[in-house]
Design a protein around this ligand. Structure first.
Ligand code: PGA
Length: 249
């Protein structure tokens, strides 16, 4: 099965209205590459503005609450994010698992909330360096998938991002062979959890992807795109990744 490659930029807690020039530059180029999907997940404060400026680009959020409304001061529901124009939401990013103590069960509930409101969910998983060094990387990621992936039958709305925690923002990436083994492991685990639907689920690689390594990472079987942090903040750094994906499409 051919899966359309997806390059998603995660701006994390970066971006003011005055930074939307960088967004415009990315959007202007991204829209020319119609054989792949490109998304930008700015901070929630910029979602509605970004949607108005680039109606053809997929705009996403970086987290959502599991419930639709209620007494949860400071939180945003998937329904609200969809109302603001988001089409996608990242859930279970390792920074949230660590800083907010989110569990696999929390992540699964958030992914289900995204699905209820018609959003694509990018469910993030990944091992720590200690887990990899101990030879437990595949087991750790399989356990996270067990706990975090909703079993909803049809799964076209679901995307998985494999992000080794130790590769995020560090400039280090796993060997290409390790990425290949992990993505194959994830595909097999998804087949166990979702049956035939697993074939259509895109599995992104994330963690220090940049213009220099994107081509070799994206060429690996079962690497269906990238979740990009630092290198998504400027067109200069993000566009080469988009081009690398488009060249493989
Ligand atoms: P990075 O972040 O590309 O800056 O390593 C990736 C991510 O955290 O999604």
């Amino acid at each position: 099965m051919t899966r359309r490659k997806l390059i998603a930029g995660n701006w994390k807690m970066n971006g003011l209205r005055s930074d939307l020039g960088a967004f415009d530059a990315i959007a202007g180029t991204a829209c020319q590459f119609t054989a792949i999907d490109v998304a930008i997940c700015p901070p929630a404060t910029l979602i509605a503005l970004a949607c108005m400026r680039a109606p053809d680009l997929v705009i996403g959020a970086q987290d959502c609450h599991a419930e639709d409304s209620g007494a949860h001061t400071g939180n945003l529901s998937a329904q609200m994010l969809g109302d603001a124009g988001a089409k996608l939401v990242i859930v279970g990013h390792s920074e949230r698992r660590t800083e907010q103590g989110e569990t696999d069960a929390d992540v699964q509930a958030k992914a289900l909330a995204a699905h209820r409101h018609g959003l694509t969910a990018i469910v993030c998983v990944g091992e720590t360096e200690a887990e990899r060094d101990a030879g437990n990387a595949e087991a750790r990621v399989s356990a996270q998938l067990d706990g975090s992936v909703p079993r909803t039958g049809e799964a076209r709305w679901l995307v998985i991002a494999y992000e080794p925690v130790w590769a995020i923002g560090t400039g280090r990436i796993p060997t290409l062979e390790d990425v290949a083994v992990m993505h194959e492991t994830i595909r097999a685990k998804l087949a166990e959890l979702l049956g035939e639907e697993a074939e259509g689920v895109r599995i992104l690689y994330g963690g220090s992807m940049n213009g220099g390594n994107a081509e070799e990472l994206l060429a690996i079987p079962n690497v269906d795109g990238g979740l990009v942090g630092g290198a998504s903040l400027s067109a200069e750094k993000f566009v080469p990744i988009i081009k690398a994906a488009a060249a493989l499409a």
